[in-house]
Write a protein that binds this ligand. Sequence first.
Ligand SMILES: *Cc1c(COP(=O)(O)O)cnc(C)c1O
Length: 393
Amino acid sequence: MATTTAAPATSAAQPSIFETLGVKPVINACGIYTDLGGSRLSPRVLAAMAEVNGSFLRMVDLLEKSGQRIADLLGAEAAQVTPGAAAGIMLGTAACMAGTDGTRSQQLPDTQGMRSEVLIQRRHRYKYDRQVGMTGARLIEVGGDNGTNPWELAEAITARTAMLIHPAHLDGVAGTVGLEETAKLAHERGVPVFVDAAYMNYPTDIMGSYVRKGADLVALSAKYFGGPNAGGFVMGRRDLIAAVANVHFTRYESGRFLKYGRPLKMDRQTIAAVVVALEEWLAMDHAARFAGYARQAAWLRDALAGLRGATSQPMCFTMDERLVPEPVNALVIRIDPALAGMSAAGVAEALEAGTPSIMAVQDDDRIAIVMDVLEDAEVAVIAARLRTLLAPA
Ligand SMILES: *Cc1c(COP(=O)(O)O)cnc(C)c1O
């Protein structure tokens, strides 16, 4: 066994990976965004990744057991970890077309001989519905700009329909058919309903609620619950999760079929991290988490007191990117250009241009400093930068 020498403590001796690559670090005051790296992994999640790094296992086995653990935690029949919720949409769509038939998994995205139409209510169209079409399926809009009637949705279901997709965050939008009614009319016609619940994770009861409301498959993204940026899972009906496994990345070379999902592969570290992050999320004291954000927001407000043209207020920056009063997870700073000497857009630009780059949310005459993934030391850096930019009164 090789002896190990103690690694030098960080600092001068060893340039950071950022320095080596010439990448400018970012203080993320926006919240959880794929383009900024997702979330911050906890020590326990990192430890789980390091632990599985130490040994090998059969990926099929890990996918099956981790899936069952997730399903048990959330009250679903079965589940399968996927490289994110967008991948979950692809794999779920492919699963609804191919079932557990390996030949069909290999045939995709050629959908000949399969049910290959996916229905979506027109008012439910959203950015990630693009994933449906990447499988070879055809996305078909039902209804109009004012909504969709239940009978329209029912009539649109034919022998060509593979599934219905229903984005959870748009459930109940005016004029649309809700999830429970959608599931009922789809099931009467033998067609499954897929729910994208990517960020529906708080209160935590909501995560398992869609299955109880009749969804056959539900996708969540791990980036929103402290898991890896490239992690997530699909849960739901056991037969459909078996179909997801049939189109997933494993057994490409060792099995009989060149399965559809081979490019959507994952590391064992990612799979372990998704499970541990979910366990942590479910056990977490979320009241304390929000109290932490409120404390950071109050600290920052005090640190900015007396700045000319900047008035701040603790607020909530929601998952669908709106500013509402509660629960507080951000400090919103209103900039008066006449007094501050620069606009909110100018402040945001200056924050971004500095080193480290500070990425904040700018909305009209307001800047929001979102605490979701900020450490106290970073909030202090933001305070100092804002004080330099905005002259004191
Ligand atoms: C982020 C997001 C996704 C994609 O999730 P990934 O895990 O990043 O693939 C899908 N749907 C919604 C609503 C999202 O916010």
